[in-house]
Structure formats: C-alpha cells, structure tokens
Ligand binder design. Structure first.
Ligand code: NAI
Length: 326
C-alpha cells in the first residue's frame, strides 16, 4: 500500500512519516515540493496522496485521478484549497486532519501576557544589556477584563486557560455554549468593545466579519485596549489598527496573522523589499508582537497531522470506516 506525500518538510516531518509508515505497514514516496502538473507522476502506483495547503485545482485533481489516485488527504483542518467539485466528478475522496485547539489557545494567552507585560520592549532592552525599568510597567491579568470573540474550539480553550488568572471574561459568538457560560459572560459585541481591556479574536473569516475591528469599532473601545489576533488577518482593518496604535488608542497588539500574509509567511524574504507596508509598520512598533502564523505549530500538531493523515489513507485503502473523510 503506497502513499505519495507532497510538501514533506525534511526538518520535522520526514522522520515521523517514515516511522509511522513503518508502524502502519505503508510504503511512501516523499516529495518536498508542492504537487503540480510537472511532478504529478510521482504518485503513480499510489492510491492516496497526502498534501498541505497548496492549491489543488480542477486540473490537478484530474491529473491525480489519471495517475490512479482515489483519495486526497490534507494535513490541515481546512480543505478549501482542494477543488471538491472536481474531486466529486472524478470520484476522488477527500479527507482532512484536524488537530487540537491547545497549541493556538496557549499561544494566544502568551500573546496576551507578552502584550500586557511589554515583553517585546523588555527583550529588546535585554539584548542591548539595558537593564533599566523606566517605561516597562506592566499590568496584571486579574485586573483586566478580557473579551473573547468566537467561542468555538480555540476560543473556548482560551477561556479555559484564562479562567485560572481570575480575570473577568466576556464572550461573544453567534451560538452560545453552556460549557462557556460556566466560565464567561456572553454579552453583545457592543459590550465587548466598551468594557474589554483585552480583545482576542477566534472566529473564521466570513463576509459578515471582514474588518470586524475597524475605525468605528476601535473608537468604541477603551483607551489603551490590547488587541490579539490568532484567527485571520482580515478580521482587522490594518490601516485603522496602525492609526489607533500611532494615536495611543490601542495600547498593544499581538498578531499571529495579518492581512495579505499569503506568499510572505513561511518563506525567507531577508533580502526582499516587501509589498506589505502595513506589516512593515506593525513590526516597527515596540508595543506590537508579530509572528508569522505559527500559533498552531507544536510538536503535538506535527505528530497528529502526520499520523492521522497516514492512518486515514490506510483506512481508506482497507475499505474501513474513516473518521477523517469529509
Ligand atoms: P471553530 O469553528 O471551532 O470556532 C469558530 C467559532 O466562531 C464558532 O463558535 C462560530 O460560531 C463562531 N463564529 C463564526 N462567525 C462568527 C461571527 N461573525 N461572529 C461571532 N462568532 C462567529 O474554529 P476554531 O478551530 O476555534 O478556529 C478559530 C479561528 O482560528 C479560525 O479563524 C481559524 O482559521 C483560526 N486558526 C488559526 C491558527 C493559527 O495558527 N493562528 C490555527 C488554527 C486555526
């Protein structure tokens, strides 16, 4: 039973793929590149391909099918990068590999703490052996009200993590959950803008919430509010965020995602002049922590997606019930 794996990262995935393949009795073809029409022949002899978020469009789905592929599994939660209609037309099945919410939830709390304790500025000074205190007064989380927007898997886990800090927690979601109600107060969005000292975002990006945080909503927030985004960049209007940071309205921000990050993040751009001016500005502020969309990236995540995606191929090939098939 052979599986062709594309986008196999040599530094963290390759050894795991080899170990799990041995455990599951699978043979692998490992390719470090994304699948395309030039390398599609690498999957000849396999019934399954294992991919990540590179685009799998109609032409590629058909090309996979022509090589004999019956099942595409993606080592991601989302599968909107795969043309599902084309897959259906060819009779190719698709599966995903959901991983736990804890990595992103932990990272979110880290960004909140880094923001309220001015950790970016502290690390900057330490690097220069400047051990002075002036300007580094932090705030304690138990004194702050945190507003959590989106109480799905990640948002709820953030609330669970925060509950140990003793801070009041306000929550907003289109659908309320009893488990969340035990730890936080669901309130209308307006109340989050007005009362929260820290606002953290955990919704998917939809047409309805594009630029949810914009000039108008920022104007309703408390002075010095902290904004944390580990969800999707376009939930925040970057220009409005930059204006509000420059005016001192926003006290700090922790951003694992930014608008127009696609094509920048996960590549080495050391010598390049980037087109994303907003990112350059945001990176330049001492009270903004920027990371490159990696809140999910833990050992647990890598092991889970590698193991589950291979297990799902095996179940498919054995004709067994497959919980990962979408
Ligand atoms: P989920 O689907 O479990 O929860 C999303 C929640 O948002 C649901 O409860 C839903 O009702 C709510 N929601 C949807 N639209 C809303 C709106 N307009 N207003 C208020 N609530 C709304 O999703 P999950 O797994 O918790 O992911 C949350 C976000 O985190 C997503 O944007 C996802 O893409 C992002 N994410 C980021 C990662 C990173 O590494 N930075 C990794 C994984 C996910």
């Amino acid at each position: 039973m052979q599986v062709t794996v594309y986008n196999c990262r040599p530094f963290d995935e390759k050894a795991l793929f080899e170990d799990y393949a041995k455990e599951l009795g699978l043979e692998l073809v490992l390719c470090k590149d994304a699948p395309d029409l030039d390398n599609v022949a690498l999957c000849k002899g396999s019934r399954c391909v294992d991919v990540i978020t590179s685009r799998i469009d109609k032409a590629l789905v058909r090309a996979f099918h022509e090589q004999g592929i019956e099942y595409i599994t993606t080592r991601t939660i989302g599968y909107d990068h795969i043309d599902l209609e084309a897959a259906k037309e060819c009779g190719v099945k698709v599966g995903n590999a959901p991983y736990g919410p804890h990595g992103v939830a932990d990272y979110t709390v880290m960004l909140i703490l880094m923001s309220i304790r001015k950790m970016g500025a502290i690390l900057g000074r330490t690097a220069l052996q400047d051990y002075t205190l002036m300007g580094l007064t932090g705030r304690e989380l138990r004194d702050l009200t945190v507003g959590v927007i989106g109480t799905g898997r990640i948002g709820e886990t953030v609330i669970r993590n925060l509950s140990g800090f003793g801070c009041p927690i306000l929550a907003y979601d289109l659908y309320e959950k009893e488990t969340v109600r035990q730890l936080a107060d669901y309130v209308p969005l307006e109340e989050i803008w007005e009362k929260a000292d820290v606002i953290t975002l955990h919704t998917p990006l939809t047409e309805d919430n594009y630029h949810l945080i914009n000039g108008d909503t920022i104007a309703k927030m408390k002075d010095g509010v902290v904004i944390v985004n580990t969800a999707r960049g376009a939930l925040i209007d970057s220009d409005a965020l930059i204006d509000a940071i420059e005016q001192g309205k926003i006290g700090a921000a922790g951003l694992d995602v930014v608008e127009n990050e696609f094509g920048l993040y996960y590549y080495d751009h050391k010598s390049d002049i980037l087109e994303n001016r907003e990112l350059a500005l945001l990176r330049s502020f001492p009270n903004v922590t920027v990371s490159h969309h990696m809140a999910f990236y833990t050992r647990n995540y890598v092991e889970t997606v590698v193991k589950d995606s291979l297990t799902s191929c095996k179940l498919y090939m054995e004709g067994q019930k497959n919980p990962w098939e979408v």
